[in-house]
Design a protein around this ligand. Structure first.
Ligand SMILES: *Cc1c(COP(=O)(O)O)cnc(C)c1O
Length: 937
């Protein structure tokens, strides 16, 4: 066996000797022999990965420093949805740089997620209070996609005719307008963009299902939209405000002037610009629309002891359950960034946020008065932070840059200036100098018409008014983090989610100012380093997948799916194949697949699963025959969501190609085949990857993510592009699918570092050990729980499904009971009931060492024994057990010790609440901070 690169030996859990032990258990002499038996020969990669040799952690950090130095950070006054902000140190270090927060999973197991659920509920409260709309979701991907989601929400909620149009404010942020246009095109929704001050004239007699306005406008102007709202409502339509939350601390909240929906970004609440992302988008809605909200929603419910507790609410809206009928395809969103933004509000409180907003406005006034006094025309009348100024834009941009400041050229004769939290008076004086004017005295008064002034309170809840010292803040963050189970405590064996190591060295560069402080629309020559990360990582991912081109713009797997399907649709259209709209999707597919297909304007036809778990090839043939002329694509996951390397994949690809369809290979499971097989070689035309699974970006408690889309050459002209960055994609592309040209650009250094640290051999070894770990678990647990599916030779891929259905029938113990009992043992549950109801899907990943994998196996074996013992079953049904319960009165038919310490005192994790009643919370929906008394008990 070749010696591993230094870092790879740290990234991979099992030692050499453990690998030997595990191979013996599985029944193979070498890793190579195991892989030869597991991965079908027909699909094996033609050559080893051609990547630069791995380097040490020190060398890679040095290289990153050189790349960072190729970026030039100047003061940004570009605005357009991205603003300078100060991330409080206590938040940066204790959340963004703290694995207790960044290595957590999406809070589907609420009993071990109370900390981040509370932070998300705070986030929802911030959004709901500032917009005035009662129900806010727990983050969306960015402002542009939030605007697009608002469009589809309004379409669903409005009863007006199918051919009604959407009115779009001509002052919508340009990137939002671009994302909106892409989405509207695939759904055949007509957009009418223009001056919304006279909506009836703009609509020209057509029915209107909704209107979207920017508040304040991209030009800086604050407009009163109350008449617009009345008119649109009278015609049966809805109104969405794309609003700036900081401005809303001073401006009349959208609900007050009639908006039904508010969307936007929370970036300027303490989250670095990071060359465009990740940041949390937001959405809030008026009463009656909560069931149409896209994305996740946190709500309050109660636990088995009657104590208030948080959990995800109204989950039946989500694509896991609704599939092609889902309200949206969003799965991974922006939890870590939402947590940061919410903590910024906790830290500053209502008076602090108001003070920051007032100071921003005062600085903008300072600039305006000097410009006007100096004879320069400012076309913005009522403004918060942004001015449109008439000037020779090329000259002003150049002069401002000499002074170290970026301003935005709207066109040859207009410049945009945006002021933020961190702009100083010296910056302002320098930019005024670029216009050839000097400062003047300014008064105290707010510079807008009274009608725009906010009169209502916000953030009155105790949590936003009680953490003013750093000690209090530190302890609040710590107290929440301590409630949660993340990778820093133990294994998170979630099938399909690939919860592997997020190494410290990989994380290091993301907070360096050279990467963190770049505006996404900064001039090309200031962003050379970040563009190098983009282009190198794209090339490496193309090499790993066997595809021709890669776009890093999609900021989650779901968005990569959407982009890939749009590429397919656009390719067919370019060939004159307008009728190719059918997308075949196996019954076992991830819910996002079907939801994305619908968004891309395709029709979903489900392909059955054969008894062995493979795709039913007869049904596939029949469906292809039936839909031959309209076949657009098939979407398959490889290895399958059943955790199996299907032998039939090449035949499947051939059949679909013969019928004129394209093959979409969902690459979320790439961790099983890196270096071993390449989707672009074995028949795929397009795939998305999940860098937050396979390539070590931490899951963040439910995001951020990066979902690159990779395509063969014929689809390359149909990749995403961006109106504000000509390097971001082909001119012939399908348009923008994320707000920023490179999506979550700020976290790309993580995956870049992973590949540099591992090299081709390290990545290949990762996949091999991931497969070994899964087969070891399957082998050892197979005696206690049936393993549902296996490929040729009885082997699984990188995950395995434990079938509990028979045991549930016999014993009454459900997957839920087992999942919750695992908490008592100090584990996060495996994936529950996906892709098969009543099962658990286990994915150990290569990063878990033999000791931890054995600890998990032993816990599962012990639970199996508890299932068999009638006396212990009650213990499973009551799990998890809290410290409070153990100290109190005890009326259970079993002892305290085995309940609390089933695996001994080591690695004990105490859940803060007992099992949570989700249905109760859905019946009594509370989605913002409840009064503190709710927690007294
Ligand atoms: C995770 C996953 C997705 C969706 O990715 P997100 O980043 O959560 O949007 C799609 N398909 C499969 C098989 C997955 O496991």
């Amino acid at each position: 066996m070749p010696t591993l690169p230094e870092f790879a030996a740290r990234h991979i859990g099992p030692r050499e000797s453990d690998v030997t032990t595990m191979l013996q258990t599985v029944g193979y002499d070498s890793l190579e022999a195991l892989i030869d038996a597991a991965v079908p020969q027909r699909i094996r990669a033609s050559a080893a990965l051609d990547l630069a040799a791995a380097d040490s952690e020190r060398a890679v950090i040095e290289e990153l420093r050189e790349i960072a130095a190729q970026n030039t950070v100047v003061t940004s006054m570009i605005g357009l949805g991205y603003y300078g902000t100060h991330t409080p140190g206590v938040i940066r270090r204790n959340i963004l740089e703290n694995p207790a927060w960044y290595t957590a999973y999406t809070p589907y197991q609420p009993e071990i997620s109370q900390g981040r659920l509370e932070a998300l509920l705070n986030f929802q409260t911030v959004v709901s209070d500032l917009t005035g709309l009662p129900t806010a979701g727990a983050s969306l991907l960015d402002e542009g996609t939030a605007v697009a989601e608002a469009m589809t929400l309004m379409r669903r909620a409005s009863k007006v005719a199918d051919d009604a149009v959407l009115l779009v404010d001509e002052h919508l942020l340009p990137q939002s307008a671009a994302v909106l246009a892409t989405r509207a095109r695939s759904l055949d929704i007509e957009l009418v963009t223009g001056d919304l001050s006279d909506p009836e004239a703009l609509a020209g007699g057509r029915a209107v299902f909704g209107a979207i306005v920017q508040y304040p406008g991209a030009d800086g102007e604050i407009r009163d939209w109350s008449t617009l709202a009345e008119t649109v409502h009278a015609g049966g339509g809805l109104v969405t405000a794309a609003a700036d939350l900081l401005a809303l601390t001073l401006l009349r909240e959208p609900a007050a002037w009639g908006a039904d929906v508010a969307v936007g970004s929370t970036q300027r609440l303490g989250v670095p610009m990071a060359f465009g992302g990740p940041h949390a988008g937001y959405m809030s809605v008026r009463d009656g629309l909560e069931r149409t909200l896209p994305g996740r929603l946190v709500g309050v419910s109660k636990d088995a002891a009657g104590h208030a507790a948080y959990r995800l609410a109204l989950q039946t809206r989500e694509q896991h359950i609704r599939r092609e009928k889902a309200t949206s395809n969003i799965c991974t969103s922006q939890v870590l960034l939402a947590v940061m933004a919410s903590m910024y509000a906790v830290w500053h409180g209502p008076e602090g946020l108001r003070r920051i907003a007032e100071s921003v406005h005062a600085k903008a006034r300072y600039a305006r008065e000097a410009l006007v006094a100096g004879g320069v025309e400012v076309t913005t009348r009522d403004f918060f932070d942004t001015l449109t100024v008439r000037a020779d834009s090329a000259a002003v941009v150049a002069k401002a840059l000499e002074a170290g400041i970026n301003v935005w050229a709207v066109d040859a004769e207009h410049v945009l200036l945006s002021v933020d939290e961190i702009i100083t008076n010296a910056d302002l004086d320098a930019v005024l100098g670029a216009f050839g004017v000097t400062p003047v005295e300014v008064g105290e008064a707010i510079a807008w018409d009274d009608v725009h002034t906010r009169t209502s309170d916000y953030l009155t809840h105790e949590v936003f008014n009680s953490h003013r010292s750093e000690t209090q803040m530190l302890r609040y963050i710590k107290s929440l983090g301590d409630k949660d189970f993340a990778l820093d405590r133990g294994m998170i064996p979630l099938g399909s989610c690939t919860m592997k190591l997020n190494a410290t060295t990989e994380m290091e560069a993301i907070t360096w100012p050279e990467f963190a402080s770049l505006h996404p629309f900064a001039p090309l020559d200031q962003t050379v380093g970040s563009r190098r990360i983009v282009s190198e990582l794209s090339q490496w991912l193309a090499e790993v997948t066997g595809y021709h081109s890669v776009s890093l713009q999609p900021n989650a797997g779901s968005q990569g799916e959407f982009a890939g399907l749009l590429a397919i649709r656009s390719y067919h259209l370019a060939n004159g194949d307008e009728d190719r709209r059918i997308c075949l999707i196996p019954a076992s597919a991830h819910g996002t697949n079907a939801a994305s297909a619908v968004m891309a304007g395709l029709k979903v036809v489900v392909v059955k699963t054969a008894p062995g778990g493979d795709i039913d090839m007869d049904d596939l043939r029949a469906k292809i025959d039936k839909h031959r002329a309209e076949l657009a694509a098939i979407m398959v996951t490889y290895p399958s969501t059943h955790g199996v390397f299907e032998e039939t994949i090449s035949d499947l690809c051939d059949l679909v190609h013969e019928a004129g369809g394209q093959v979409y290979v969902d690459g979320a499971n790439l961790n099983a085949i890196m270096g071993l097989a390449r989707p672009g070689e074995f028949g795929g035309d397009v795939s998305h990857l999940n860098l937050h699974k396979t390539f070590c970006i931490p899951h963040g408690g439910g995001g951020p993510g990066v979902g690159p889309v990779a395509v063969r050459e014929h689809l390359a002209p149909h990749l995403p592009n961006h109106p504000l960055d000509r390097e971001a994609g082909p001119e012939s592309g399908v348009g923008a699918i994320s707000a920023a040209p490179y999506g979550s650009a700020g976290i790309l250094p993580i995956s870049w570092a992973y590949v540099r640290l591992m090299g081709g051999a390290g990545l290949t070894r990762s996949a091999e050990v991931a497969v070994l770990n899964a087969n070891y678990v399957a082998k050892r647990l197979g005696e206690h729980y049936p393993v549902l599916y296996a490929g040729e030779n009885g082997l699984v891929a990188h995950e395995c499904i434990l079938d509990l259905r028979g045991l549930t029938k016999e014993t009454g113990v459900t997957v839920d009971d087992v999942a919750k009992r695992l908490i008592d043992y100090g584990f996060h549950a495996p994936t529950m009931s996906f892709p098969v109801a009543g099962t658990l899907m286990v994915e150990p990943t290569e990063s878990e060492d033999l000791g931890e994998v054995d600890r998990f196996i032993e816990a599962m074996i012990a639970i199996r024994a508890e299932m068999d013992d009638e006396g212990s079953r009650e213990m499973l049904r009551n799990a998890p057990h809290t410290a409070l319960e153990l100290a109190g009165e005890w009326d259970h038919p079993y002892e305290r010790m085995p309940a609390a310490f089933p695996a001994g005192p080591k690695a004990k994790y105490w859940p803060p609440v007992k099992r949570i009643d989700g249905a109760f919370g859905d019946r009594n929906l509370v989605c913002s901070c409840p009064p503190p008394e709710a927690f007294e008990n």
